[in-house]
Design a binder for this molecule. Structure first.
Ligand code: ADP
Ligand code: MG
Length: 295
């Protein structure tokens, strides 16, 4: 599972801006919002919304570079502003709070950070619980800070957490699980999840996510709810069971009837009837899949 926008709503809201250098919190917010207006990332939109609410005017920017899974940089009044993860702005990430944080640097000097909250989707905990009960190992991959990832993981009941993962690395982590013989389904919504969705044995994209994620996924959960992941697992299991049952029914008739026919103990008309019956049997059995109780 990706975290932001998949297990959580991904509707980030700014709590506050903290200034640690010579710029005031409002100045930093103005710089950050000016740079972030070019990005569609949930954090970027939250910053711009927050600045609008505080009636802070945006400044024109130049050379905007959006780096997926890391942040955005641009020139504002001749100064190079970077807004993004601690790695992206080369900040020492020593904030103790379990909140998503975005750092701001001005001409390579870290000048402050912005704290965000995100809410958990209402069916996340129940869905993870159900999957675990079905013997499916749940793992979280996120570009967010490890403190945030760990505390969300605790709430979700996910102990295997990979944090501060770059978009390119998500696919790599999945292939490492595959090398160990695991069959992996990846659930994600973002641009940064697309390579991982492709790499996984089954890519499950959320319909509320980005187009590229939906293109990369094998399955699209239109409503973007995690109950869909459980339903997918249940339906897949039930389908596989049906395939095995149907193979049994397709073969058993032949295994019994062909030797009998060889021995001349089976009238061709009865054999013909048995052939049709085996097909009917298989179709009828498949049709019963519709009665599968989904989550
Ligand atoms: P996730 O993997 O949880 O969906 P992302 O990979 O989208 O998260 O983002 C990972 C981190 O990169 C964010 O927590 C943030 O620090 C940084 N980041 C990514 N895009 C932006 C942006 N537009 N503005 C600021 N920070 C960003
Ligand atoms: Mg996401």
């Amino acid at each position: 599972f990706d975290k932001t926008g998949t297990l959580t709503e991904g509707r980030m809201e700014v709590i506050k801006t903290k200034a640690t250098g010579k710029y005031s919190a409002d100045e930093l917010l103005q710089l950050a919002a000016s740079v972030e207006k070019e990005s569609t990332h949930p954090l970027a939109r939250a910053i711009v919304r927050f600045a609008e609410r505080k009636e802070i005017a945006l400044i024109p920017t130049k050379d905007v570079k959006v780096v997926p899974g890391q942040g955005v940089s641009a020139l504002v009044n001749g100064r190079e502003i970077k807004v993004g993860s601690s790695k992206f702005v080369s900040a020492n990430s020593n904030e103790k709070v379990n909140l998503t944080v975005v750092y701001i640097s001005v001409d390579s000097t870290v000048s402050g950070f912005i704290e965000f909250v995100d809410s958990i989707k209402k069916d996340t905990i129940a869905a993870i619980n159900e999957l675990k009960q079905r013997g499916i190992r749940c793992v979280m991959l996120t570009g967010d800070r490890s403190e945030v990832a760990e505390s969300f993981g605790e709430i979700f009941g996910i102990t295997e957490v990979h944090a501060e993962v770059l978009p390119g690395e998500k696919a790599g982590i999945i292939s490492r699980y595959q090398d160990r013989g695991e069959i992996v389904a990846m659930v994600g919504d973002g641009i940064n999840d697309a390579p991982a969705l492709t790499q996984a044995d089954v890519g499950i994209a959320l319909g509320t996510g980005t187009d590229i994620a939906m293109e990369s996924g094998d399955i699209v959960l239109v409503k973007g709810d995690l109950a869909g992941v459980v339903r997918t697992a249940i339906l897949a299991e039930a389908t596989f069971k049906k395939i095995k049952q149907n193979l049994f029914w397709a073969f058993i008739y032949n295994v019994i009837a062909i030797p009998l026919a060889f021995l001349g103990l089976l009238h061709p008309v009865i054999a013909e009837g048995a052939m049709a019956l085996s097909s009917i049997n298989v179709v009828w059995n498949s049709n019963r899949l519709r009665k599968t109780h989904l989550f």
